[in-house]
Design a protein around this ligand. Structure first.
Ligand code: M6R
Length: 631
């Protein structure tokens, strides 16, 4: 949570940083601010509320200067007010800090600093960082030594964090620290080469300079940076207009490893869509086709190297949160059915605080779109500490989870910016199906006829997804017109559609703020059926699968109690249509295991349409952030 950015270069730092924050606002968006260094002074602009408030402030009061740091916040300690906005500055006005993460011993440090006469300006845990660094830089053994002050301050901080620091008397210099939260350094063009006009000083110069950037994620480095270096935990970076210097917290120099950035700036814009969520829903046929392209060659399954001998695995534990947890539930079905192995699906925040049993043939699969979810990362580390191998199934292949896993299965879904996970979910489900095939094959349980059937079914999916998205839209819009004012919605599904019910409910809750719950439909009569009334829409997910007849009985039960039924099923299913107030038509998958990929599509669009009618911001729903890097 929270996004950090930094810039040193020929362009105006304020305008570069506002664009960077725009790309990071999925990490938090309740307030934002930036600090620019100019003529030996730190200048701040901060605004509570959405980023547009800061952008308006800056266009009314632009900042001169070519070196700055910026932050978009997801509040943990202290309300999203201007006083609590980052950057925070120490009492002497010497250092400015932006921070992502939590300083767990902040109360103790605050009391200690207050006892020494420091007056705090905010309620944040962050403010102890500049106050501490400011004191260490002003007096004592680290006086005037920026790196020494930073190292001494870090030694006092508990928790997981990434932060960036400007020192008022060090022009063209940003320090950055990483312990647990992601931080990247971007390298841009050189400028001001021999004999050329330096765009900053407007004088002929003999010094080549380099444009340098800092961010919590790659999109915020674009389009200026062409190369990226990922800070590791326990590293300090010093960015200057000549490049970067890296050290461990212990002071040992480290060589920076830069890689070419492959993402383009276009991939992180909305294009012709109203929102990232709408764009990402529409991208699903292409996303699934790309994933299949990487995993199928002609009639064969390509088995990615995961660094683990899959034929020895007899027990799989999936670790995940939110939407990724719903995908994991489908992964369990796939592995049980195809590879006949025992599978557990664990919510990461629960797993990490148990003492899970580690048997010899266990494999943990950490599923995370962002690859940065703090609980899933902690679960991964716990597993590895017990010598359990871990595969990371991630969308962001440069993420911490990817880097700390023994093997990686990439989703190839492209950047997912909307807070509601859509294309990453369907990609996760397909990737888990392909993984289950891979395990089944490794164990000698996949006949070539079964492999061919699976491949043909998977290859047909992108077209079925495209058709389902097209044909469901009208019915979804009509139902949204009627039910957007409903107080609550229930989602029912059985078998593979139980996770679809949970996911449909989560989408509606998180972007439309409608209370929604998903149930396995067989459980409905054990209590929740008491909720049914003429005001309650009940979404029944009812494709032609092995649970179809049972689902029809559920529909009958709802209808008998005058509930309002939205069903998700085949357009040609007259029996279902007759029982329903509305039917969201879907295509039928050739392989039943893959059907949930089609069933979720109208529910993503339904949540979107309801949210639009309720005037909700679908890309930045209240109280949420895309990447949950705190507990
Ligand atoms: O990046 P991750 O997949 O680890 O994120 C897990 C959840 O935070 C995430 O799926 C969340 O539930 C989404 N907002 C759902 O749309």
């Amino acid at each position: 949570m929270c996004g950090i950015a930094g810039y040193i270069g020929p362009k105006g730092a304020d305008s570069v940083l506002v664009v960077a924050l725009e790309r990071l606002k999925y990490r938090g968006y309740d307030s934002a601010g930036l600090a620019v260094l100019n003529d030996g002074e730190i200048h701040l602009r901060r605004a509570a509320g959405k980023l547009k408030n800061l952008a308006e402030l800056i266009s009314a009061q632009p900042l001169e200067g070519h070196c700055g740091i910026a932050h978009t916040r997801w509040a943990t300690h202290g309300a999203p007010t201007e006083a609590n906005c980052h950057p925070h500055v120490d009492q002497g006005g010497t250092v400015a800090v932006v921070h992502n993460g939590i300083i767990e011993n902040h109360e103790h440090l605050r009391r200690e600093l207050q006892a020494g006469g420091v007056v705090f300006q905010s309620e944040t845990d962050t403010e102890v960082i500049p106050q501490l660094i400011g004191q260490l830089y002003a007096a004592g053994p680290t006086k005037g030594d920026a790196l020494g002050s930073l190292r001494a301050a870090i030694a006092r901080l508990d928790g997981s964090f990434a932060f960036a620091v400007l020192f008022v008397d060090l022009p063209n210099r940003i320090f950055a620290v990483r312990k647990g939260s992601p931080l990247l350094i971007g390298m841009g063009k050189t400028y001001g080469a021999d004999g050329q006009i330096d765009p900053v000083t407007e004088r002929v110069t003999k010094h080549r300079r380099r444009e340098m950037l800092l961010a919590s994620d790659v999109p915020a480095l674009l389009p200026h940076a062409t190369k990226v270096c990922y800070l590791d935990d326990g590293q300090i970076a010093e960015l200057t207009d000549q490049g970067v210097n890296l050290w461990t917290f212990g002071g040992v120099p480290v060589e920076a490893q830069f890689k070419v950035i492959e993402m383009t700036a276009e991939a992180v814009t909305k294009g012709s869509f109203d929102s990232f969520m709408a764009k990402e829903i529409a991208e699903q046929p292409a996303v699934l086709a790309r994933l299949l392209e990487s995993r199928l060659r002609g009639g064969d399954l390509v088995e990615p190297e995961v660094g683990i001998d899959l034929k020895t695995v007899s027990h799989v534990v999936f670790l995940a949160a939110g939407t990724s947890w719903h995908a994991a539930m489908l992964g369990k079905r796939f592995l049980e059915q195809l590879a006949r192995i025992h599978v557990e699906v664990d919510i990461s925040s629960e797993y990490r605080y148990r003492n899970p049993v580690a048997s010899g043939n266990t494999l943990v699969v950490a599923i995370s779109q962002s690859g940065e979810t703090a609980d899933t990362l902690a679960g991964l580390r716990l597993a590895r500490a017990k010598f359990i191998p871990v595969i990371g199934l991630v969308n962001v292949v440069t993420s911490t989870i990817a880097r700390e896993s023994n093997g990686v299965l990439p989703l190839l879904a492209g950047p997912e910016i909307g807070v509601a996970s859509t294309k990453a979910y369907t990609a996760q489900v397909l990737a888990l199906y392909l993984f289950a095939l891979q395990v089944a094959k490794a164990k000698g349980l996949l006949s070539s006829a079964a492999e061919q059937h699976a491949i043909v079914s998977a290859r047909g999916l992108p077209e079925l997804v495209a058709r389902t998205l097209r044909q469901a839209e009208e019915a979804v819009g009509e139902a949204a017109d009627i039910f957007s004012s409903a107080q609550a919605t229930v989602f029912l599904g059985r078998g593979g559609e139980h996770p679809t019910a949970l996911e449909g409910a989560l989408k509606l809750k998180e972007i439309a703020y409608v209370h929604a719950v998903g149930y396995p439909a067989g459980e409905f009569k054990h209590g929740p059926i008491a909720l049914v009334s003429p005001h309650l829409p009940v979404v029944c997910i009812c494709p032609h699968d092995q649970m179809y007849e049972k689902m029809l009985s559920n529909l009958q039960e709802v209808r008998a109690r005058a509930g309002r039924i939205i069903s998700v099923g085949l357009a040609s299913d007259q029996a279902l249509r007759d029982l329903s107030d509305h039917l969201f038509p879907i295509e039928s998958a050739t392989e039943e295991l893959l059907q949930p990929i089609l069933s979720i599509l109208p529910l993503q669009r339904y949540a979107y349409q309801v949210a639009m009618r309720r005037d909700c911001d679908v890309d930045q729903p209240r109280n949420l952030a895309k990447s949950v890097t705190v507990e």
